[in-house]
Write a protein that binds this ligand. Structure first.
Ligand code: PRX
Length: 649
């Protein structure tokens, strides 16, 4: 069985692509007809990139949870929607059927209403990877509350900033989260974030680790008590169904904060209708999902991959989505392969950084594991190097599973450039072709369309900054509370184009290879971090005068963080302690994911006469190049470069 909008051959791909460009409204209107709407749209698409204003399925009404849950109940109520694999392999697996998911999401909806949450209110979710996180997300969507999930690796200060930006009045959290051998005290981090906060009205706490927590009278309540109370109310009303709120297709569904080139993360806003159509369409086509397949995306719901491809896309397609609480290397580096064997996983979607880290353990953790259930493999989050691609192909896919290299971003809602498993050809370390509805263009610095040029090996390659000419249903609509920031960041660099921030190459056959960010954004283990953000955090440390942060190639993380720091009176014997102290500060201000891998204390930074830091030079030094650093004659003090190069760590 397949889906009505499933592309099943390369000819169908070309045909769909053509149609999507020639008549996007007819194309997407026909696909959207396969979803459940309370009211049909008056117009499929209305847009301009100038403001920007992007409206898909105008005036339509729907609730995404009816599409993700209710419509599957009649035929597939007893099929697993979520299979949850706990951190500790000895703990019980939880299988959540669509019926059970419906019940739980309705209870959460009722619980939220009982606690005062209304449509349009922002609910911050800071939880570990437990099924209750999915219930919380969907419970918000059911009543039209806007969820803002924050990854469990962010600090109290990061949470406080996001709470303030979104003006969130409600929080759902856990007492703690298990991650490998660690037990992370999430509620305690929330408590720190709430010191001095006067806007948060309620904190709902789910019990996972049984770590001691402080519960503030009148503000903090237990998930378990509230869910029982909600169940009582629903039962008294004679049905466990909590009627979903009809939302406008363009009402916000969620906010997800992501880093850019400024010091302050932006709240990317996705809306109900277009996001639903896009995540479902891409999920089905990219992975070539067949009903009954067990699909395992190893991401965390704290990031966009988890939103789109653990929760919304798979569930709207009626799929079985695995959710994993742990980490790939605990209790040992065979964890993914044990899960694959145990649950007979058919589709595995993970990050290049995880593949590279597992490669480091050799083949022992794979030996004896039955991976024969696998049909499709996927990667996301960063460019995959050829070595990792081949390792994945040979040892995990056993050369019989197509690998989809999916390129996309928080802002794009779902995949934009990727092969379709087994349908369009893969090319190692190339994301390959745009999906229907996606119209990429490569431009030079001035915004002119880049021209193809022959390379030394006879190929003809076009190289430029990757932009999109037209909107697809899953494109971001705004940045929360500051529409002009959205315009400036994405739509003003090049006229009438959405600028991705990535550089890319295109071959003669129209395949794209993403070469990485061209702005000041780092991609560390697939996580986006702005250099300015890290610099701001370092500069808050006592005694630090100035800092400059750049990325450098890192064998496992893809990119590592290299910080050059001018600090007052650091004696050589104190350097190591000072480094550790600075790492503490960065952990406090942003979270452990932003900790620099290398810190070099310097006396000066290479600056132009106008005071701009020449990052190009610092990048080269961090990459290990200490001579031929290019033209340094425009620098205020060229000698500083030599000193920095000599002191490289
Ligand atoms: O640089 C690209 C890289 O990750 C960035 C987006 O990061 P984020 O919004 O956190 O979303 C990650 C998950 C979708 C992009 O601008 N990136 C993502 N996927 C790939 C990639 N780079 C190369 N190849 C990919 N497949």
């Amino acid at each position: 069985m397949s889906y009505p909008y499933q592309i099943q051959s390369i000819d169908q791909y070309h045909e769909a692509y053509q149609k999507s460009v020639e008549d996007p409204e007819a194309f997407w209107g026909a696909i959207a007809a396969h979803f459940q709407w309370r009211k049909k749209w008056s117009k499929v698409l209305d847009w301009n990139f100038k403001e920007p204003k992007i409206e898909w399925f105008k005036d339509a009404r729907l609730n995404i949870t009816e599409n993700c849950i209710d419509r599957h109940l009649e035929k597939m109520g007893e099929q697993p929607a979520i299979i949850w694999e706990p951190n500790n392999p000895d703990e019980r697996v939880r299988t959540v059927t669509y019926n059970r998911l419906h019940k739980r999401v309705c209870q959460v909806a009722q619980m939220l209403v009982n606690n005062g949450v209304k449509k349009g209110d922002r609910v911050c979710i800071y939880m570990g990877m437990v099924p209750e996180l999915a219930y919380a997300v969907l419970g918000c969507a059911r009543i039209g509350a806007i969820h803002s999930v924050i990854f469990g690796g962010f600090s109290a200060k990061s949470i406080a900033d996001r709470l303030a930006d979104a003006n969130a009045e409600y929080i759902i959290t856990c007492d703690g989260a298990f991650r490998g051998g660690k037990d992370i005290p999430l509620k305690s981090v929330i408590d720190d974030a709430l010191v001095g906060n006067t806007t948060v009205k309620k904190v709902i706490v789910y019990t996972r680790t049984r770590t001691p927590v402080s519960m503030i009278k009148g503000r903090d309540v237990w998930w378990e008590d509230e869910m029982l109370h909600a169940e009582d109310i629903l039962e008294k009303n004679g049905s466990i169904n909590f009627p979903a709120t009809a939302m406008d297709a363009e009402d916000p569904l969620f906010i997800l904060y992501t880093s850019g080139s400024t010091g302050k993360p932006k709240g990317v806003v996705h809306t109900c209708g277009g996001y639903m159509v896009w995540t479902t369409y891409t999920f089905v086509n990219v992975f070539q999902y067949t009903p009954g397949d067990i699909y395992f995306c190893t991401a965390d719901i704290g990031w966009i991959t988890g939103h789109s491809y653990i929760v919304y896309g798979p569930l709207a397609a009626g799929a079985t989505s695995m959710m994993f609480e742990g980490i790939p290397t605990w209790p040992d580096a065979g964890r993914f392969w044990d899960i694959t064997e145990k649950h007979k996983v058919n589709i595995l979607y993970t990050a290049p950084t995880a593949i590279r880290s597992l490669m480091g353990f050799g083949l022992d953790p794979i030996r004896g594991k039955d991976l024969s259930s696998l049909k499709v493999l996927g990667t996301v989050g960063e460019p995959i190097n050829e070595e990792a691609w081949h390792w994945y192909n040979e040892n995990i896919g056993q050369k019989k599973c197509p690998i989809v290299d999916t390129w996309w971003q928080t802002e794009t809602g779902g995949c934009l450039i990727t092969n379709l498993a087994g349908i369009t050809p893969a090319k190692a370390s190339w994301a390959t072709l745009p999906l229907p509805g996606v119209q990429p263009v490569l431009v030079d610095e001035e915004g002119n369309e880049a021209k193809p040029a022959p390379t030394a090996d006879g190929a003809v390659i076009t190289s430029g900054n990757l932009c999109m000419k037209a909107p697809w249903p899953g494109i971001l609509r705004t940045t929360w509370g500051d529409h002009d920031r959205c315009r400036q960041t994405y739509f003003s660099t090049y006229k009438d184009l959405y600028f991705t921030g990535d550089g890319a190459l295109r071959d003669e056959n129209g395949n794209y290879r993403i070469t990485g960010r061209v702005d000041d954004v780092l991609n560390v283990s697939g996580h986006r971090i702005g250099t300015a953000e890290v610099e701001n955090a370092i500069n808050m440390h006592a005694g630090v005068i100035e800092s400059a942060v750049v990325g450098y190639p890192h064998d496992i993380k893809g990119q590592g963080i290299y910080a050059y720091i001018i600090a007052e009176g650091v004696k050589p014997e104190d350097e190591e302690r000072q480094r550790q102290n600075i790492l503490q500060t960065v952990t406090r201000i942003i979270g452990p994911i932003a900790k620099p891998d290398k810190i070099q204390f310097v006396n000066g930074l290479p600056k132009t006469r106008s005071g701009k830091i020449m990052r190009r030079i610092l990048r080269k030094i961090a990459e290990g190049q200490t001579d031929n650093l290019g033209d340094t004659s425009t620098l205020l003090d060229p000698a500083v470069v030599e000193t920095i190069a000599k002191g490289k760590v």
